[in-house]
Write a protein that binds this ligand. Structure first.
Ligand SMILES: CC(C)(COP(=O)(O)OP(=O)(O)OC[C@H]1O[C@@H](n2cnc3c(N)ncnc32)[C@H](O)[C@@H]1OP(=O)(O)O)[C@@H](O)C(=O)NCCC(=O)NCCS
Length: 122
C-alpha cells in the first residue's frame, strides 16, 4: 500500500474520529480512467455508513481529477463489498478467473461511469 501511495495519480482518504482511524480507501487516476485499489473499515465500525462515505469521497476526488470511468475488482464471495458498490451505482463489467490468491478466487470486475452533472445554461 505504501508503494501505491507513491504512484502518480494516487488518492488516499482516511476515516478518523476521536476514537481513532476507522478505515481508508486507496485509489488511482490515470488520465480519464480511475481504479479503486483498496477500501476497508475496521470490523467494529462497519454498517455505520463509513465505507459508503469513503467511497463517495474518493469518487468525488476522482471526478475532480478528470476521471470518466472507475474500475475495481472484488472477490466473488464478498457480498458486503458488492452490495456497497451496487448501492453506489457500480455494475458488473467482467470476471477475472483465479485473480486472487490465499484463498484462490475469481474476481468480479465492476465499473461505474462518473458523468459530471451537466449544467444547462438555458
Ligand atoms: C466493504 C466494507 C468496506 C463496507 O464498509 P461499511 O462501512 O460497513 O459499509 P456501509 O456501512 O457504508 O454500507 C453501505 C452499504 O453497503 C451494503 N453493505 C455493507 N455491508 C454489508 C453487509 N455486511 N451485508 C450486506 N450489505 C452490506 C449495504 O447496502 C449498505 O447500506 P445500508 O447499511 O444502508 O444497508 C467493509 O465491509 C469492509 O471493510 N470489508 C472488509 C474489506 C473489504 O472487503 N473491502 C472491499 C474489497 S473490494
Amino acid at each position: 500500500m505504501l508503494e501505491a501511495l507513491g504512484w502518480s495519480g494516487a488518492i488516499a482518504l482516511v476515516s478518523e474520529d476521536e476514537t481513532g482511524i476507522a478505515g481508508y480507501v486507496l485509489g488511482r487516476v490515470v488520465v480519464d480512467q480511475a481504479e479503486i485499489l483498496s477500501i476497508a473499515i475496521v470490523p467494529g465500525r462497519r454498517r455505520q455508513g463509513l465505507g459508503r462515505q469513503l467511497l463517495d469521497g474518493v469518487l468525488a476526488a476522482m471526478m475532480q481529477r478528470g476521471a470518466g470511468t472507475v474500475w475495481l475488482e472484488v472477490r466473488a464471495s464478498n457480498e458486503a463489498a458488492q452490495a456497497m458498490y451496487q448501492s453506489a451505482g457500480f455494475s458488473a463489467a467482467g470476471l477475472r478467473r483465479g485473480y486472487y490468491r490465499q484463498p484462490p478466487e475469481d474476481a468480479l470486475v465492476l465499473r461505474r461511469e462518473l458523468a459530471a452533472a451537466r449544467v444547462n445554461p438555458t
